[in-house]
Design a protein around this ligand. Structure first.
Ligand SMILES: [Zn+2]
Length: 149
């Protein structure tokens, strides 16, 4: 099925044909002609599938990532994994998703490692799909939710 949209000349955002300005950047759409696109194209740009972090040792321990979360011995998320680790800090690290990119910030004593490389403390670091994040001795894989089998 195809639908008509107004594609913003400034940022390529797909707007409704009734839009007079781009809902993303405010660009004037008065002289932009509607174009027909496949419905599925719109879906694929809109739906990202989201991100999740999955424990490397306990597949059942997983959580969707959106917004900002804190992990560590004093945090609710993955308490069963962090609580039994003497190496993780009370507030070990933060994770967030910004513009569909997963980022991690270390705030610990024993370190946070992305693909076995220690990341600088108190700096947001972007994490690629299928990367491993290790909080001291507790490891997770970052993946797309739809990749789960
Ligand atoms: Zn725009």
């Amino acid at each position: 099925m195809s639908i008509e949209v107004k594609i913003c000349e400034n940022c390529n955002h797909k707007n409704a044909i009734t839009a007079v300005e781009c809902e993303q950047c405010g660009y004037d759409l008065t002289f932009v002609f509607p174009q027909k696109i496949e419905d599925s194209d719109l879906e694929s740009t809109k739906e990202t599938g989201g991100w999740e972090m999955v424990s490397v040792t306990e597949e059942a321990c997983r959580s969707c990532l959106d917004g900002e979360v804190t992990v560590g011995r004093d945090c609710e998320l993955f308490q069963e994994l962090f609580h039994s680790s003497n190496y993780t800090s009370r507030t070990h690290a933060k994770l967030r998703v910004v513009d569909d990119v997963v980022q991690v910030m270390d705030a610990s004593t024993n370190g946070t490692f992305v693909n076995e490389k220690r990341i600088p403390k108190l700096e947001w670091v972007s994490v690629d799909k299928d990367s491993t994040i290790r909080f001291a001795n507790v490891s997770f894989r970052i993946r797309r939710i739809q990749d789960a089998d």
